[in-house]
Design a binder for this molecule. Structure first.
Ligand SMILES: C[S@@+](CC[C@H](N)C(=O)[O-])C[C@H]1O[C@@H](n2cnc3c(N)ncnc32)[C@H](O)[C@@H]1O
Length: 364
């Protein structure tokens, strides 16, 4: 018996529609977007807006297939096939205002082109697209119980997944700025921020743009990611205001005496060694690095219990794949509080805004 009364009404036809029409559209969207992204089509459209809008916000971009083929060096027949599918699945529309012209469909600019838009879902689609590459390893791991080592993933894939986590970091920054006035003020007025596990630097870049008066340090143990983060810092001419180092938290703590107003740990905890005593040591270091009245922001997912009523949230459930895929260990509300009790920190407050949240951890 289905406990959900609404679903009792679903007919075979509805169910078929859900899988064969909606599901198929979603799958095609992921494949089409992933290919278009790798070919540079969406970046080309973004650059076109930047060049032509001159500060005015544009919500639709038009182009011709010949233009794309020429500018990006693409085979016209392949491109024609891709555009047919992309029009059919709602990314683009025919633009009647010019001959053989195409334009982005309503809201596609926000959803798939403008990486800084709150509604941009390109990183998530691109992440799903890359998961397809690993099907053989996944199937094999189902039989052996083994995991991927995330550090072994090709840089192209690491970059995409980190763009996803930086998107979550952007949401956390918004919730932080609306709820943590004192620490926001400090960052607005020259405060010091440390991002531990800054990776490729996409999240730090967003925070650095939001708080141009603050000073920041990013550390990570992945040298390739740190190299990329340094490229971002150079591009913006942010040195010496922002420093990125390839180092472990314990090494950084023992060689530096800075104390930070805000420390950000975004989408890092689940990737660290799952041994509880290792994580406790990391938090002891973070405690040393934080000012007495500083704030440690922990952005992590809590995977709800799918068997408990009214808990399932699609995006959170997705992280179950990280447990089987890369051996991540996540906390729920109760176990995170217990973990914090096993560290020198005194307080862990869950700051929530709708479905977005982070842990505000402090010394008192
Ligand atoms: C999912 S990425 C998140 C990157 C960034 N914080 C963001 O929000 O986009 C996780 C990062 O944590 C780093 N990491 C994992 N364990 C770490 C540790 N013990 N110390 C420092 N960085 C670590 C990884 O190298 C990776 O770059």
């Amino acid at each position: 018996m289905n406990p959900n009364n609404d679903e009792d009404e679903i007919s075979l036809r509805d169910q078929l529609k859900k899988f064969a029409v909606k599901g198929l559209l979603g799958f095609q969207t992921i494949l089409l977007f992933g290919i278009g992204q790798r070919l540079g089509i969406f970046e080309y459209l973004q650059n076109k807006v930047t060049i032509s809008s001159e500060g005015n916000e544009l919500s639709s971009i038009n182009f011709t297939p010949d233009e794309l083929a020429l500018e990006l060096g693409l085979d016209p027949i392949y491109l024609d096939g891709w555009l047919h599918m992309a029009i059919e699945f709602g990314m683009f529309e025919i633009d009647d205002s010019c001959k053989k012209c195409i334009k982005t469909a309503p809201f596609i600019y926000y959803l798939l082109v403008d990486k800084e838009n709150l509604f941009y879902i390109g990183n998530i689609l691109h992440g799903f697209y890359y998961m397809a590459v690993f099907q053989d390893r996944f199937v094999a791991n189902f039989k052996t119980g083994e995991n991927f080592n995330p550090f072994e993933l090709p840089d192209e894939i690491k970059e995409v997944t980190q763009r996803m986590s930086a998107g979550l970091g952007l949401v956390i920054e918004r919730v932080f700025s609306e709820n943590c006035e004192d620490h926001k003020d400090r960052l607005d007025n020259g405060g010091l921020l440390l991002e531990v596990g800054c990776g490729f630097g996409f999240n730090l870049e967003n925070w650095a743009k939001k708080y141009p008066n603050s000073k920041m340090v990013g550390i990570d143990i992945d040298s390739q990611a740190v190299e990329n983060a340094n490229t971002i810092i150079d591009k913006h001419n942010w040195k010496p205001r922002i420093e990125i180092l390839c180092t472990e938290t314990s090494d950084y703590t023992s060689t530096h005496s800075d104390e930070f107003d805000v420390i950000v740990l975004n989408q890092v905890l689940h990737e660290t060694d799952t041994k509880e005593n290792y994580r406790q040591k990391v938090f002891q270091n973070l405690y040393t690095l934080l000012k007495d009245d500083g704030l440690l922001i922990v952005g992590e997912h809590m995977i709800p219990d799918i068997y408990a009523p009214n808990q399932a949230k699609y995006y959170e459930i997705m992280h179950k794949w990280f447990e089987v895929g890369i051996g991540s260990h996540f906390y729920d509300e109760k176990s995170f509080r217990q973990f914090i009790e096993s560290t020198p920190f005194q307080k862990a407050e869950l700051i929530q805004d709708g479905r977005n949240y982070f842990w505000a951890v402090s010394k008192r």
